[in-house]
Design a binder for this molecule. Structure first.
Ligand code: 5GP
Length: 208
């Protein structure tokens, strides 16, 4: 019997350190699957197509949206971002845990269509630290940084029904917490193979 996998959504303001925490977690848990998003944002110097993102033209992104190829999609600071559905479906069928880094608007859509997904919010230690991190990245203009900081404030205020929150002070500690969440979620009764087998046995005996 194949256990169905689950989705773990990591959201949080830009600059909270989602990528760094995800990289450290994936190093400890190589069996995790990572959903590579599609975007119309131009690649940053170190980013690779198909690895960090699928970089698409706006026309191609819209075509895929209309064809229903995204689990969710959202506009973030003038660019479009979306999660390809095919990869998610295949991984869930094969029993994998998939981690996704998406914004709050996207997380809201997933909460509607896949309420069984696990939602984790990553907090920066403070707003000034958030600004330092965005500036240290040196990939955005002053205007774009301001835009991202405003958006971060909105995201912090928005809050949806997250299952867990992690304050990202020390990356390795945050990654350890994320790994613990994944292990605990794997042990949930409703995901347990034994529970399924027990249900089968009880079913065959007519519920007695
Ligand atoms: P960045 O441009 O810094 O890579 O990402 C900007 C924001 O877009 C981040 O908050 C990130 O979580 C979000 N994002 C990345 N991929 C997706 C996606 O597939 N869907 C949604 N809704 N947001 C995404």
């Amino acid at each position: 019997m194949q256990k169905r996998g689950f989705l773990l959504i990591l959201s949080g303001p830009s600059g909270a350190g989602k990528n760094t925490v995800l990289d450290a977690t994936r190093e400890m848990c190589p069996e995790l699957r990572y959903s590579v998003s599609a975007t119309t944002r131009p690649p940053r110097p170190t980013e690779q197509d198909g690895v960090d993102y699928h970089f698409l033209t706006e026309e191609e992104f819209k075509r895929r949206t209309e064809a229903g190829e995204f689990l969710e999609w959202a506009e973030f600071c003038d660019h479009l971002y979306g999660t390809p559905l095919g990869f998610i479906d295949d991984c869930l069928e094969q029993g994998h845990v998939i981690v996704m880094d998406i914004d709050i608007a996207g997380a809201r859509q997933v909460q509607k269509t896949m309420p069984e997904a696990i939602f984790v919010f990553l907090l920066p230690p403070s707003m000034s630290e958030l600004e330092n991190r965005l500036r240290a990245r040196s990939t955005e203009t002053d205007e774009a940084i301001k835009h991202r900081l405003n958006r971060a404030l909105e995201e912090l205020k928005a809050g949806i029904n997250y299952d867990y929150v992690i304050e990202n002070d020390i990356v390795q500690e945050s990654a350890n917490k994320l790994r613990s969440i994944i292990i605990a979620e794997r042990c949930r009764v409703r995901r347990s193979e034994y529970f399924e087998q027990l249900k089968d046995i009880v079913g065959k005996r007519g519920g007695r």
